[in-house]
Design a protein around this ligand. Structure first.
Ligand SMILES: C[S@@+](CC[C@H](N)C(=O)[O-])C[C@H]1O[C@@H](n2cnc3c(N)ncnc32)[C@H](O)[C@@H]1O
Length: 202
């Protein structure tokens, strides 16, 4: 994992603890809006789900109240995030595992990823785009019924955009998913945040 990225998340977690702010978001309300969009890919009552870049496991809590039969596996590259997540949840349906950036993902019905394509720091745009596509290919390989992810949008307000963040072209990612993964792809860009969500249903 990139040194700057690690230092950034370490600092956020130390300052804010296991909260939306502690994993880099501005607040819990928008974090939940993102979860709701990602969950629109789910078409079952009973299913297994990978949460790639799980942070401290907030999605596990969100799923628990809505899907009693979800079997959740949180995956993250940062040991501190996984350690914090493990202290929050203690049931057989909720597990967490440390992974490396390009490890193959465990097989699951669905894979969801919120916020893993945002912080580019010093990587070139070409490198970052390659990382995104490689990650989507890993998500696709692991997911039987579908996967979903979000990214910051290039349609963000210019004065608010930051150098270290990556603002993706939603149409580029929609096109890639449609051409490579499934005929059934949805681009959700109607929920009042500076990001969009893509659902790939198989
Ligand atoms: C913005 S936080 C979001 C956490 C969580 N998804 C949420 O919405 O509450 C991003 C998390 O993804 C992790 N992460 C970043 N890149 C990753 C990657 N390639 N694979 C797995 N985890 C990653 C970071 O360590 C961090 O915990």
């Amino acid at each position: 994992m990139d040194r700057k990225l690690k230092a950034y998340y370490q600092k956020r977690l130390q300052e804010h603890g296991a909260t939306a702010e502690g994993v880099g978001w501005n607040g819990a309300v928008a974090q939940e809006v993102r979860f709701a969009q990602l969950c629109r890919v789910i078409q079952h009552d009973s299913f297994s789900v990978n949460d790639l870049g799980c942070g401290t496991g907030d999605l596990a809590g969100y799923l628990r109240t809505r899907y009693q039969q979800a079997r959740y596996l949180g995956l993250d590259v940062m040991p501190a995030m996984i350690d914090a997540a493990k202290t929050r949840f203690n049931d057989r349906q909720t597990r967490f595992r440390l992974i490396k950036a390009y490890d193959a993902l465990p097989e699951a019905d669905y894979t969801l990823a919120s916020g893993i394509f945002n912080l580019k720091f010093d990587k070139s745009t070409a490198q970052w785009k390659q990382y995104i596509l490689r990650t989507l290919q890993r998500m696709n390989r692991a997911s039987q019924f579908g996967f979903a992810f979000n990214a910051l949008t290039k349609y963000s307000d210019k004065p608010k955009m930051k150098r270290e963040l990556y603002y993706a072209d939603p149409l580029w990612l929609f096109d890639f998913c449609k051409l490579h993964f499934s005929r059934n792809v949805a681009l959700l860009h109607d929920y009042d945040l500076f990001d969009f969500t893509i659902l790939v249903k198989k």
